[in-house]
Design a protein around this ligand. Structure first.
Ligand code: KIV
Ligand code: NA
Length: 274
């Protein structure tokens, strides 16, 4: 049985912090599942790290369904959350269609969308239909062309707005809320006030859970090194070194060796060539 929204709500009640990581493919999902990560996010960050776009704006529901299905196939224990991409929840009917594709075609257990009070009616509609919804506040990358790339909610008014948005999402039935690039003390205060778990990224240790992007965590993406990320490995460097070694050995004749192939009887080859 996979992690459920009840499990993570219990973790909040018990004061247990939990980790979430993005995953975009089968092999990654298997590794994260084996590592015991309870929540996997098929983030629309795949637009950058998998598809090579410069923002999440071009990501389509087809892209999301394609990657989410791989992550679901690769995992057995984690709850898989799929991002609703830009404009796929522009109204409630579109949101239901997009969520249906992620849940029924790809098999995710929950969806995530960006925004606060303005999207609360859409969250309510999805939740009423039985779709678990995760909110996402603070820096919301789908709005990058409006808000730029910066910490959100530093002023009194913005902090009040963030608290009101978090409450609106919880009231609408969201089971958890991601807080991205929110001032740490504000994230802690929201976490204390909110009945549902907060999941921080660049929002400090006061959140109930943390989420990180796979490529940031593992040192696979060097176009941007966000301050909120900690590199637990330097896989990009390891992979590059391995590929160089492979190419060198092929050139030098060090690879392959007899151990890397199978052969036939010499007399059979001789007969075939005769
Ligand atoms: O798409 C993503 O990876 C996300 C996380 C950064 C929360 O939304
Ligand atoms: Na996202």
């Amino acid at each position: 049985m996979r992690t459920t929204i009840l499990d993570i709500q219990k973790m909040k009640q018990r004061g247990e912090r939990f980790a979430m990581v993005t995953a975009y493919d089968y092999t990654a999902a298997r590794l994260a599942d084996r590592a015991g990560i309870p929540l996997l996010l098929v983030g629309d960050s795949l637009g950058m790290v998998m598809l090579g776009h410069s923002t999440t704006v071009p990501v389509t529901i087809n892209d999301m369904v394609h990657h989410a299905a791989c992550v679901v196939r690769g995992s057995a224990k984690a709850m898989v959350v799929g991002d609703l991409p830009f404009l796929s929840y522009a109204n409630a009917d579109r949101a239901v269609d997009a969520a249906a594709r992620l849940m029924q075609e790809a098999g995710v257990q929950a969806v995530k969308l960006e925004g606060g009070a303005a999207v609360a009616p859409i969250v309510r509609r999805l939740v009423d239909l039985g779709i678990p919804v995760m909110g996402h506040l603070g820096f919301t990358p789908q709005s990058v062309h409006q808000i730029g790339l910066r910490v959100q909610g530093r002023s009194v008014a913005a902090a009040r707005q963030l608290m009101a948005d978090a409450a609106a999402l919880a009231d609408a039935g969201a089971f958890a809320v991601v807080l991205e690039l929110v001032p740490m003390s504000l994230a802690q205060a929201v976490t204390a006030r909110l009945a549902v778990p907060t999941i921080g990224i660049g929002a400090g240790a006061g959140c109930d859970g943390q989420v990180q992007v796979w490529h940031d965590l593992l040192g696979l993406y060097d176009e941007m090194q966000p301050r909120h990320a900690k590199r637990y490995a330097e896989l990009g460097k390891s992979i590059e070194a391995a590929l160089r070694a492979y190419a060198t050995e092929v050139r030098d004749g060090g690879f392959p060796t007899a151990a890397n192939g199978s052969d036939m009887k010499a007399e059979d080859l001789a007969a075939a060539l005769a």
